[in-house]
Ligand binder design. Structure first.
Ligand SMILES: Nc1ncnc2c1ncn2[C@@H]1O[C@H](COP(=O)(O)OP(=O)(O)OP(=O)(O)O)[C@@H](O)[C@H]1O
Length: 262
């Protein structure tokens, strides 16, 4: 469904991605992991059109993405959440999600200004869909609360509902459990499995190994801009190069733990 081929990227003299190849199959949950500064966010920024790589190709559902503006890429069916939560805190949960649905509403300025039936019908549909998505995220009972009043875990779930409102096929999640407590993490794992079961494809960046290993079908490990391992969680967990990248080169030290903890 999403294919990155030979992506390379540099910022001035800093070469941050070298020949990166990733293939995310439809219906899968794919994890992109690696130490801080490895280049993971840069990969997301390339997929979503915020950055243009210096070499390589990105294709999604048969469309080449390079050179397309971010809103065109959203329209093709790719949605994203961010490492730092970006919600409209002074708006209700429902309003936050309806904002995500606007790209599907096709009405002209006159209908907007004069409140014509076509506009009212589309808005009613968007609100209905938003309520459904809040239900998926177990937030429908708070639809009319302000986003500012939510707990951290709930804010992350609201972001997901808002991303889903753009009706994507592929969801990019940037550190979805960052800052969550154990209970919130377990709950989110469950929600993400439910989202996949509804037919969505998911690509996530995440540092929490328990979460990644428990959820992903396949994982790619980036280190200094290169893919050093690629495969199923078990193979990644026991990969020497991955263990070294995460634990440093002092694995002969007393007390060093073999394997990536999950
Ligand atoms: N716009 C930019 N200009 C210059 N350097 C950049 C830019 N964006 C990222 N970098 C550099 O590229 C490298 C990769 O950054 P990136 O944010 O992709 O890493 P990451 O794997 O997402 O890290 P983290 O886990 O800390 O978010 C880093 O060295 C970073 O400083």
């Amino acid at each position: 469904m999403l294919e990155l081929s030979n992506i390379s990227m540099h910022f001035g003299g800093l070469h941050v991605l070298h020949d990166v190849n990733i293939n995310v199959p439809q219906g899968s949950i794919f994890g992109l992991i690696g130490p801080n500064g490895a280049g993971k966010t840069t990969v997301f920024n390339i997929i979503t059109g915020l950055l243009t790589p210096n070499g390589g190709r990105v294709s999604f559902d048969g469309h080449g993405l390079l050179g397309l503006k971010p809103h065109r890429i959203t329209r093709l069916g790719i949605a994203r959440t961010f490492q730092n939560i970006r919600l409209f805190k002074e708006m209700t949960l429902l309003q936050n999600v309806v904002v995500g649905a606007y790209r599907h509403m096709q009405y002209g300025v006159p209908s907007l200004l004069f409140g014509l039936p076509a506009y009212r019908r589309q808005e009613a549909r968007a609100r209905e869909r938003a309520m459904e998505l809040l239900g998926w995220m177990k937030l429908d009972h708070k639809a009319h609360d302000l986003a500012d009043n939510l707990s951290y875990g709930e804010q992350r779930r609201l972001e997901l509902a808002r991303a889903l409102a753009t009706e994507p096929k592929l969801l990019l999640l940037d550190e979805p459990v960052a800052g969550m407590n154990t209970g919130e993490r377990a709950e989110l794992m469950h929600e993400i499995q439910a989202i996949r079961a509804r037919g969505y494809t998911i690509l996530m960046i995440e540092h929490d190994m328990h979460f990644v290993m428990g959820l992903c079908d396949q994982i790619a490990v980036l280190n200094f801009g290169k893919i050093i391992a690629y495969g199923q969680p078990d193979a990644i967990r026991n990969n020497e190069e991955v263990i070294e990248a995460y634990l440093g080169r002092d694995d002969e030290e007393e007390g060093a733990t073999p394997g990536v903890q999950a």
